[in-house]
Design a protein around this ligand. Sequence first.
Ligand code: TTP
Ligand code: CA
Ligand code: CA
Length: 577
Amino acid sequence: MLKPPTRIIGLIDMDCFYAQVEQREKPELWGKPVAVVQPSGPRGALGGVIALSYEARRAGVKRGMMVPQVKACCSEVNICVVPFGEHADKPDINKYRLASAEVFEIINTFDERIVVEKASVDEAFLDLTQLVEEMIATEGRDEALRRYASEWKTIFPTSHLAEGADKNDSYNREESFERWITGHCATDFRHLSILVAGEVIEQLRAAILSKTQFYCSGGVATNKMMAKLVCGRHKPRQQTLMPHEYASNILDKTSIQDVRFLGGKFGQSVCNRFGIETMGQLAAINLSKLEESFPAQARWLYEVARGHDEEVVKTRNLLGSVTVSKQFPGKRALAKIDDIQFWITGLSKELCKRLHEDQNANKRTATSLILSFCTTNWKQYSKTLSMVSYNPDDIYEIAWGALKLLNKATDKKNWEPPLGVLTLSSSRFVGGVLSGTRTLKNWMKEGGETSNIEKKLPAIVSSRVDDQGWEVFNPDDLEDVNTEAVNAPWETGLGSSVLPNALGYDPAFLNELPEDIRAELLHEQRLNEAKVLQVKHKPIDAKVEAKGNPKQRQKKKADLPVDEPPKKKIKDFFKKD
Ligand code: TTP
Ligand code: CA
Ligand code: CA
C-alpha cells in the first residue's frame, strides 16, 4: 500500500519565458507573434527557435524551426535573436538570467514558510505544506470556507480544477470550480488544503506580474511530479489545482513522455518495452513485471503511475559556480597554440564580466578557478586553481600557465591532442565583495568579509590525479559546483554535478534548460562519466592543494578512450551552425 500524500506542492513556470523577456524589452511586441532564435555564428547566421509567444504558437510555429520555416508559417512574426557574448563567441543568455533573478527574488521573499526550489531558469517548486496548515489554523476552516463561497470569483480568477473533465469541450471553468468549493472542499480537509494553496499561488503569480510584467502558470498538487504535470494543463496565464483523489483521472490519459523524468530516452524505453503510451497503461503493469525490465527504476515507476512521488522540495538559491564554456566540435577543435590562447583570453574576459555581476548581485567572491577541457576524443580533465583577482589578465595567466604544460606537440605552433571544449568556472564562494585594487589573497589574509558560505565548502579537493597532476573529473568533489543540476530519483550514484561536461554542452547553458531536457542530457552524461571514471582512473589518497601542486602523484599513462558522443535530438538546440 502506498502512503497517502501529506504535502502540498506548487510549481510556477513562466510562460514563453525568453519571448516575454523580449516583449518587455520592446513593449510593442506584446500580443504579437514573437520567435526567439539562437544566433548560430558571429556573422549573423541564425539558428533554430528556442522560445515562442503563444500568438506565434497559434500560427503554427514550433520550437526548433529555422527562420524561413517560421516565416512561412507566420509572415508577420517578429524574430528576436539571442545576443552574442561580448568576449566569447557564444550566445549570451545573461539578460534572460537577470530576468529570472527578478522573478526568483519575488518567489524567494514571498513568505518565509514556503520552501523554494529553483528547478530551471523559469521554474520553481514550492513546498506550501506549512504555510497552508498555518493559514487554515489562523483563519479557521469555517471562516475560510465562508470567504471562498462568497468571493471565489475574485480570489481565483485563473484557477482550474483538474478532475479529468477539465479537458473536455463541454468544460466550464467557473461551474466546475464552484461545485468543488461548495462540495468537496467543504467536507474534506485535503481538498480544502489544495484550494488554500491555490489562493497563495494566485497571489504569488499576481505579485510576479505586477513587479516584473511577466505572466506565468501554476500547478498545485500533493507532489512535484503532479504539480509539474498539471501546471502545463491550462497554460498560459492560468493555474491548475489537483487534489490527489483525481490523480488517476488525470494520469489515465497522460502520455508517458509528458511526465517529469520520462520525457527522454528512459521514458521512450519504458514505452517500447511494454508497448504502451499512457500512464494509465503503465499503472496496469505490476511491480514484478516492472522489476524484470527496469530493476533500478521499478519502484519509482510503480509509484509515479499511481500519482505518488516522494521527492522533497530542496531549497536552492544561489548557484554554486559561475561558468563560461566554449565548444569546438569536429573540425573546429583547437589544434594551434595561438587559437587556444585567443579563446582563453575571451573566456577569461567573459568569466570576469559574469563574476562581477555575480558579486554585485550576491555579495560574494569566488576563491577558486577550475580550468577544464575535453580533448576531441572526449577525455576530460580539470584542475582546481586559486583565484588571484577578478582581473581577466590574471585569470588568463593562471589558466594558460596550467594548460600549457599539457601540450604534446613538439613544435611551438601546434597543440596535441586538439581541444573540443574549454571551460572556466569559479566556485568556493566567500561572503563579501573584493574591491578592485586588492588581491584576493591579501583580502582573505585580512579576514575579508567572510561569511559561513566557505565553511560549507571543502578547502581542499580530493581528486584523482593523472601523471600531469590534473584532476580527472570527480563528480562527488564537485558537488558544490552546480547546485541546480537535477538527478532523476533513481540516479543516486554519481552526485549531481554538471561540470565538466562529457558531452561538451556549456554547463551554464545546460543549467538554464527545462528540467526534462536537462535530465535527459545528464542521464547521457552520467553514462559517459561512469565510463571515464571506471576505465581510466583509480582513486588515490593524494590531496591536491588549491594551487594544484599535488604532494603525491600516481604515475599513469593517459591513453584515451575513443567513444563518440551520443547523438540526441536536443543537440539541435546547441548547434552553433
Ligand atoms: P520552457 O519553460 O520549456 O518553455 P517556455 O517558457 O518558452 O514556454 P512555456 O510557456 O511552454 O513554458 O523553457 C524556458 C526557456 O528556456 C525558454 O523560454 C527558452 C529556454 N530554452 C532553451 O533555450 N532551449 C530549449 O531547448 C528549451 C526547451 C528552452
Ligand atoms: Ca516556461
Ligand atoms: Ca520551464
